[in-house]
Design a protein around this ligand. Sequence first.
Ligand SMILES: NC(=O)c1ccc[n+]([C@@H]2O[C@H](COP(=O)([O-])OP(=O)(O)OC[C@H]3O[C@@H](n4cnc5c(N)ncnc54)[C@H](OP(=O)(O)O)[C@@H]3O)[C@@H](O)[C@H]2O)c1
Length: 382
Amino acid sequence: MAHPYVLLSAAVSLDGFLDDTGPERLLLSGPEDFDRVDEVRADSDAILVGAGTLRSDNPRLLVASAERRAARVAAGRPEHPLKVTVSASGDLDPTARFWHTGGAKIAYTTDEGARRLRELLPTDVEVAPLGPAVEWAVVLAHLGDVKGVRRLMVEGGGHVHTRLLQQGLADELRLAVAPLFVGEADAPRMFGPGAYPPGRMRLLETRPVGDVVLLRYVPTAPGTGRSAVAADRRWLRTACELAAQCPPSRTAFSVGAVIVAADGTELARAHSREGGDPVVHAEEAALAKLDPADPRLATATVYSSLEPCTRRASRPAPCARLILDAGVRRVVTAWREPDTFVASADGSGALTAQGVDVVLLPECERRAKAPNAHLLSPPDRS
Ligand SMILES: NC(=O)c1ccc[n+]([C@@H]2O[C@H](COP(=O)([O-])OP(=O)(O)OC[C@H]3O[C@@H](n4cnc5c(N)ncnc54)[C@H](OP(=O)(O)O)[C@@H]3O)[C@@H](O)[C@H]2O)c1
């Protein structure tokens, strides 16, 4: 399943509102920020808004700049990104500008909503029924696997942003904070009440854009159990980047590992053969940096570019054993160990048998293998 990179984009007032309660859309961004948004649109494969935003704002959601459209076409992409909306009710205006501008469009809806929309909407709009309810994970999987969407820009509204963030499906939040107040209790907020991922997000960037300030944050808190969230993919990519820092070897894999607390705090990171130790493994080196009595280990996640080993000649305990002894109950990995050095290693199986939740994210396998290509037979390299 190839989830797209999900970027939540919005402008908010200083008191956290997306709009006021008036009939016209409140313009929060200035010209420079609208141009920045246009650039993000041009970089995206698809733009999604909820049905509430379609009903209240009647947006076109196009790439405005002719140069950016030309660059997309020159790169073999459609002139405008795919336009996507989600509606359970199917209560959408068929004359809305969304349907009659730009290129391809898709409406995800319920079976009930689809009956309505197929009668209402122009015939070139794809209506995708997803059963009695619309699950966000199913929408994203369909966009990634069937529509080939790699970058999805979500432009609201508050209901959609809230659900995607709460369900751990948002990879990044880009918020433009505008220097004005709305001050109306009933105005729509960017984020509603509910359970959000714990801990603090990581700040990637702040930038003035005209008189607004752009904030870019990424979630950090690992998922729980066997299901993966966007932060899991980010941490696993970090582990794969660490693998690329290993001193080269012809007799051992290059592996990176990060240990992350439940609130998203990074506890330790390491890579194979670090610190001049020619045989140390990544998970072993990362665990060695922590106090074995650290209470955060019991709810931490170990990210390892290659599944933890189960047999090794160089040290008495393999990494799967070290992880169990440390009390860690969740491991996320990109790549099952091939038979290159040990036949049928199955570190994931050994951990699972002891009650550890092991999550395999094959979308990161290529990154995990890259620093090890010289150890793999040609069919295993991809
Ligand atoms: N400042 C900004 O950057 C910005 C950007 C965008 C929007 N906005 C503002 O945000 C406000 C609209 O936000 P909103 O929260 O009311 O609406 P919204 O998030 O745009 O849309 C909510 C609607 O989307 C559909 N939906 C969402 N999740 C669904 C799911 N899992 N399954 C099925 N349907 C689902 C439902 O449509 P149905 O009701 O049809 O079932 C739901 O009522 C407007 O005031 C707009 O101006 C501001």
